[in-house]
Design a protein around this ligand. Structure first.
Ligand code: ZN
Length: 281
């Protein structure tokens, strides 16, 4: 049990532990890719096992190794040679890297597992939003409730080892969830008054609430601010080069997710830069 609960921050990460983290992340990334394909299409998640969406041939275990199989097959189905969707290698690589970051930042323990769960959910949500322009309730609300549940775990046992935890206590988490939803609702309301239609979806508001629950009220201004800046950085060139119109919907999920990940890994440091003396997370 020690491996799951003991915080080993400050001690160098043993190589086997880092390798375990990356393998866990790769497997989780593979699962995230499957979720991102099946969830928005309303397909069953448990059956059948992995299959090629083009020729429906089941993918054998040895051809289903994260990243390695994609590289060996040169990105094509072994049976029908159709291209394997980019979401699979991208979610596997992202989750592998994020898992290593979780172990490195939070030490092998409860908070590393929790952070990895948050990362994998955000990667899945970003992929689904990019492809379909929606954020499924199963993921946004699941993230919200798990963030609130985590905020109830007493931190006294680990606080000595992790003084700069980005995970908030219950008050900060509940306030963050409410403020996250409210902030995006207000932005959408203003947009509606100005442009007579919705600018954001309900999924964006639930995702902001979930991020508020995971990172706390203090993190929200930065998450929303970073998401807005990243959205402008991507959207403005598209509009200026006339490849998109101002009225085209730009999925907000990936930007909110990126803001949430930034605050997860760099939150305490960022807060001390922007709000001098704010370390009482
Ligand atoms: Zn195929």
């Amino acid at each position: 049990m020690d491996f799951f609960w003991q915080q080993s921050l400050g001690e160098p990460l043993p190589a086997w532990s880092g390798a375990f983290a990356v393998l866990t992340g790769l497997a989780l990334g593979s699962f995230a890719g499957m979720l991102a394909y099946r969830l928005p299409r309303g397909l069953a998640l448990d059956r059948p096992g992995s299959y090629c969406p083009s020729c429906r041939t089941p993918i054998r275990f040895r051809r289903n190794v994260p990243l390695l199989s994609f590289a060996l097959l040169r990105g094509r189905c072994a049976h029908c040679s159709c291209r394997i969707h980019w979401r699979y290698p991208v979610s596997e690589a992202l989750c592998g890297l994020l898992a290593l970051a979780c172990w490195h930042v939070f030490g092998a323990g409860l908070y590393a597992w929790a952070a990895l769960l948050m990362c994998a959910t955000l990667v899945t949500l970003a992929l689904i939003d990019l492809e379909h322009g929606l954020l499924p309730d199963q993921l946004t609300l699941g993230l919200l409730w798990s963030g609130l549940a985590l905020s109830l775990v007493p931190k006294t046992a680990v606080a000595a080892h992790l003084p700069e935890l980005p995970f908030p206590g219950a008050r900060q988490a509940v306030a963050g969830a409410i403020a996250g939803y409210a902030a995006l609702w207000i932005i959408n309301f203003a947009w509606k008054v100005l442009r007579k239609r919705d600018g954001l979806g309900g999924g964006d508001m639930k995702l902001a609430a979930a991020l508020g629950a995971w990172t706390g009220l203090n993190s929200l201004p930065l998450i929303v601010g970073l998401a807005a800046i990243a959205g402008l950085a991507v959207g403005l060139p598209l509009v200026l080069s006339r490849r998109a119109a101002v009225s085209d919907p730009l999925p907000c999920g990936p930007f909110l997710a990126a803001g949430g990940l930034f605050m997860l890994f760099l939150g305490p440091q960022a807060a001390s830069v922007f709000v001098p003396g704010a370390s009482g997370w």
